[in-house]
Design a binder for this molecule. Structure first.
Ligand code: FAD
Length: 338
């Protein structure tokens, strides 16, 4: 049986820097350890970089910290490069590496914290691109069947911050561990500048025909201006999903709040900007105890120092109540509660 460490404090393993002791903890450096881990009794949790996590307190689970390394070109054909990374690779470093190899495509997802293995879980997205757009296949270990399995992109049921892995509840119960992810990066490349922020940043840099690295640099600069660095100010990125409401409710709100940003969805519903709602509800830069909403971006919940999971839940509830009261819209948190 593999050695587990008991009572490990998770403060350094989550970007909100929330304390909590894991009953048992083990770092997974290669696939062969998983069969061994499957023999351990009791509930488990699969941990990546802890950048989408709220640690609520002590955890009566076996925490498996995914650290499987490796990046390689699996194959290429006339149309695309197929690139694989181990679950434990840092996402941003992986994106930078693909660009350096001359395989563009993932640049709009630059500087998203976390590990490659977590990218398919919530189908990470930013600046008009989602990981699922370019994902080819995922390999994972199933702890119940005690076997590896592979799913391709069409089986992953990707949606906005959603996937097969979430729909099945596997992100909560630790049923599977993603070990490797393959991306298909087409040779034909077009800069994705659908977001005004990106075209404005490139214009300011006087770049007319951007390379993929130019786009990555623009995205990095924008993100650094907007989002707090978890190493300086602990946070988990966007704390709430952008709510999607009925066209009727959106029209009603728009008549009362003419500046309300509305994004029509293919199904006729309307996506609202959670950050705008929070700001209008008076929570931008406001705190309750050690936890508040970031002064430059109201969607980001920050730990000003010494907070615990209960402090996060208190601020979260207060923000949800304020938005519900003013707009009759329910906000749901994006991070996983452990
Ligand atoms: C400053 C900041 C900015 C952010 N910006 C964005 C953004 O622009 N877009 C976006 O989509 N997200 C963003 N995020 C959220 C976060 O970076 C992503 O959700 C990221 O994919 C989480 O990766 P992680 O390795 O830290 O996962 P963790 O937080 O460790 O885990 C998240 C979930 O995935 C599961 N999981 C992790 N690894 C595995 C694995 N190998 N196998 C099975 N399950 C696993 C965990 O059990 C958990 O349920 C941001 C976060 C921060 C702090």
């Amino acid at each position: 049986m593999m050695p587990f460490t008991t009572g490990v404090d998770l403060t350094a393993f989550n970007t909100l820097a929330l304390p909590g002791r894991a009953r048992a903890f083990c770092r997974i450096d290669d696939e062969t350890q998983l069969a061994d881990a499957a023999r351990a009794d009791g509930p488990r949790f699969i941990l990546g970089g802890g950048s989408n996590l709220v640690v609520t307190g002590d955890i009566d689970r076996l925490v498996l910290h995914m650290a499987i390394p490796g990046k390689r070109l699996v194959t290429q054909d006339d149309e695309a490069f197929y690139v694989e990374a181990g679950a434990g690779e840092n996402w941003h470093a992986f994106v930078q590496w693909t660009l350096a190899q001359g395989w563009p495509g993932l640049e709009n997802l630059s500087l998203i914290p976390g590990k490659v293995g977590a990218a398919p879980i919530q189908n990470i997205g930013a600046y008009g691109l989602e990981a699922g757009d370019l994902l080819h296949s995922v390999t994972a270990w199933d702890f119940e069947k005690r076997a590896f399995f592979q799913v391709d992109r069409s089986q992953c049921r990707f949606g906005y911050r959603d996937s097969l892995f979430k729909q099945e509840g596997w992100h909560l119960d630790g049923r599977i561990a993603i070990t490797r992810v393959v991306f298909r990066l087409p040779r034909q490349w077009q800069p994705n500048m659908r977001y005004a922020d990106i075209s404005q940043e490139l214009a300011a840099r006087q770049i007319n025909q951007p390379t993929a690295q130019d786009l990555a640099d623009a995205v990095i600069a924008i993100r650094q201006r907007k989002l707090p660095d978890p190493a300086q100010l602990p946070n988990a990125g966007s704390f709430f999903h952008n709510p999607v409401v009925s066209a009727e409710l959106a029209a009603l709100l728009k008549s009362e709040f003419p500046t309300l940003p509305c994004y029509p969805q293919p199904d006729g519903r309307i996506k609202l900007a959670a950050g705008w709602l929070i700001e209008q509800a008076g929570w931008k830069g406001k705190s309750l105890g050690p936890v508040g909403m970031y002064e430059k971006q109201a969607l980001v919940l920050v730990n000003h120092g010494g907070a615990c999971g209960e402090d996060v839940q208190r601020t979260m509830s207060a923000v949800q109540a304020a938005v519900r009261e003013r707009f009759a819209v329910a906000l749901t948190p994006e991070p996983i509660f452990l």
